[in-house]
Design a protein around this ligand. Structure first.
Ligand SMILES: [Mn+2]
Length: 263
């Protein structure tokens, strides 16, 4: 006979909304190669499962910057979103920087270039002055011209949060003690230690990227899946369906493995 107590306990595990299967993907940072790899792995993994009522792929933000192929990646995401349903792309702090600089906020330019905006602009075909060199007067106009308006409009439409059942998805995390519905955009995109070190129940399990860890981090109140793909070659995805959870990761780049073994 089934034990009602254990059944009850099982139903208390965090779950996605009924019938919803989700694959959340951490910070991609210009690694178009890794996104294609992980989508292939997800497809294979998914083929082994019964069809869900709803399937969503959630990108947790920081698609752009640092890695070499942000322009190609954004073009791919535009085509993908135009042809397939169910993707949810969330804005990260790097998308915010790109959008603000593109909109003309020149004071953010240097800091954006330093955190990987340089690689993004180069992927759009711009020649970017070195960090010690002066910025040409027309550079802001060059940026506005180099990134297609349709791409900017596309990224501007990305939300900052998503929710399914007991799971809440955002780029960086949430401010402890503030209701999920009242979180500030800057916290959702930028917060680190106050969130990472918090033991509080936030009202949902927060699935996030933004803060790099060697492996996915699972706590009772959050799951962090930014494994530093742009430099490790390891992009991490989290599969969620009902109370089921599993991680899917790309193989680290062979050169990274070689370096690790040599040390
Ligand atoms: Mn980030």
């Amino acid at each position: 006979m089934a034990n009602p107590r254990s059944r009850h306990r099982k139903s208390n595990l965090p779950s996605t909304a009924k019938g919803e299967r989700i694959y959340a993907i951490g910070d991609i940072h210009g690694r178009y190669d890794l996104l294609r790899q992980i989508l292939k792995s997800i497809e294979q993994f998914n083929r082994g499962l019964p069809s869900p009522e709803k399937l969503h792929v959630v990108l947790l933000g920081d698609v752009v910057d640092r890695g070499p192929a942000s322009a190609q990646l954004l073009q791919f995401l535009r085509d993908w979103a135009a042809n397939t349903e169910g993707q949810v792309m969330l804005q990260g702090n790097h998308e915010e920087l790109m959008l603000k600089v593109h909109a003309g906020e020149r004071r953010l330019l240097r800091s954006w270039l330093q955190v990987g905006g340089r690689e993004t602009l180069e992927s759009f075909g711009l020649t970017v002055p070195g960090s010690g060199e002066p910025i040409p007067p027309r550079f802001m106009a060059d940026i506005a011209a180099a990134i297609p308006k349709a791409t900017i409009d596309f990224v501007n439409r990305w939300p900052t949060v998503a929710r399914s059942g007991d799971y809440f998805f955002c780029h960086a995390g949430v401010r402890p003690g503030v209701e999920l519905a009242r979180q500030a955009k800057t916290d959702l995109m930028w917060i680190r230690s106050e969130f990472l070190n918090s033991d509080r129940d936030h009202g949902a399990v927060i699935v996030h990227g933004h803060s790099i860890s060697a492996e996915a981090e699972t706590r009772h109140n959050r799951i962090g899946i930014d494994t530093g793909a742009y430099r490790t070659g390891v992009l991490t995805a989290l599969y969620l369906d009902g109370a089921e959870r599993e991680f899917i990761v790309t193989e680290p780049a062979t050169e990274a493995v070689a370096i690790a073994q040599a040390q």
